[in-house]
Design a protein around this ligand. Sequence first.
Ligand code: PLP
Ligand code: TYF
Length: 394
Amino acid sequence: MFETLKQQPADKILALIQMYRDDPRADKVDLGVGVYKDATGLTPVMRAVKSAEHKLWETQDSKVYTGLAGDPAFGDAMADLVLGDAVPRENVAAAATPGGTGAVRQAFELIQMARPAARVFVSDPTWPNHLSMLAYLGIEMVPYRYFDEETRGVDFDGLIADLKTAKKGDVVLLHGCCHNPTGANLNSAEWDAVIEVLLSTGATPMIDIAYQGFGEGLEQDAAATRKVAAAVPECIIAASCSKNFGIYRERTGLLMVTSVDGGARALNQGTLAYLNRQNFSFPPDHGARLVTMILTDDALRADWQAELEDVRLSMLGLRKQLAQELQDLSGSDRFGFLAQHRGMFSRLGTTPDMVEKLRLEHGIYMVGDSRMNIAGLNAQTVPILAKAIIGAGI
Ligand code: PLP
Ligand code: TYF
């Protein structure tokens, strides 16, 4: 029966990992897949995660099933981390999922179940998996302008004009912070304007937040999500713990749906549990339990926040260093956007040919759209990258 299958397109980001591994050059630089790396190129297990795992090993006496929505304590801890007090907890339906990807996928299925004709508005560009999952599910997507190729900031006027064409029953997918793949983000006043458009069109926001703590700080990075969720009657939020807890392979995420009253919440909660059951029954628990332990223990939480802040500041330092090197070499401030961008990524804004040239001639690996993982750099490789960029005539 399987001879009917067709070759599916590979994930370009994941394909880069293999190309990088196969490259024999000792001085190669990996700016591809979005995982945090320290100055030695390692992706460490965070201290608080190690401590929580140790404690868990000592105290956990059963691995019996949790619930279809996972352990409610995880939902509570994450709702608190992401939403603060923006929405009363009794109005938030929440279900644990396998990673943030699982939360996004379950959200798309929920949208399709509620509104088979819903269109999902997606930033141009967005994380490629958004597009591939929407296409796979047969959900209509509408790109909205986002990246300004000139300034490498947000094309705010284009974004607002495009979002105004959304209608009630449509969904607007927004990145809560640290936009992937561009690194360009809305400021607070611009978020207010987006909220106004959401309210005037009646479209439902869906916020994908996968990098809380990587941009301006843990609270600041959640501010937009909180503001949107507090302003609209219904908001969908897909949160990932992969990056900010460094537990990528544990597959830890949470899908939340807010509503204005407990009755709607009960229906949403039942539907999230139902959707989990259709796809995988019980969500993974190990990572979710670690996150819950860390967030609810003062000492573990303080240690986690301190390490996360170090991670954030190291990326910020690399951004500033790279922008400065490029300014020195080019004699212009046209790369100043690198210091303005936030999160792991920046889109350099050059052609796929130039990206290939950097890879072939310098062993510098970035995604074809010129997305660079800033965490892939260190103080020694920043000048190498800067020289390569200017040498290539970018
Ligand atoms: N959403 C965005 C925008 C991402 O960049 C990622 C990748 O890390 C995710 C969601 C989900 O990641 P994960 O499934 O590893 O939690
Ligand atoms: O954008 C990234 O690099 C991360 C990691 O299919 C990732 O979000 C990349 C591709 C993928 C899943 C996760």
